[in-house]
Design a protein around this ligand. Structure first.
Ligand SMILES: [Zn+2]
Length: 128
């Protein structure tokens, strides 16, 4: 049969999966892919989309996972349709969403010196 050996080989194999929301490709092990799919109603989502979905569920705990994932897919598609440089802008937008859940509220929000430093670009090194 040789089935057992095949199974072992597959677990260690790294596969490239495309995010069902934004289309970002990530290389992951089968085990990880299965884990993510199981917790996102059968859909593979990248780390950023996963964070966005999680954020949505925190805000609206009664939302079903399936609905939250679908909302994220629609969000990404609309974003892609309305932007000239979709991937970059989308990543920026989602990073902002993801960051909100980790970052403590800025303590120096009222200070006038640090306000000018922030610009609209969040990836100064990426230009292609
Ligand atoms: Zn994604």
């Amino acid at each position: 049969m040789g089935k057992d050996l095949e199974t072992i080989a597959k677990i260690e194999e790294v596969e490239q999966e495309e995010c069902e929301c934004c289309g970002l490709k990530e290389e992951c092990t089968q085990e990880y892919i299965t884990k993510i799919k199981n917790s996102h109603s059968g859909k593979w989502v990248c780390g950023l989309c996963s964070a966005a979905v999680k954020e949505r569920l925190i805000k609206e705990p009664r939302t079903a996972m399936e609905v939250a994932v679908r909302t994220q897919i629609i969000f990404c598609q609309e974003f892609n349709n309305s932007r000239i440089n979709p991937k970059l802008s989308l990543t920026c937008a989602m990073r902002k969403i993801a960051r909100r859940s980790f970052e403590n509220r800025s303590t120096s929000e009222g200070s006038s010196t640090s306000k000018i430093a922030r610009s609209t670009s969040c990836f100064p090194n990426i230009d292609s």
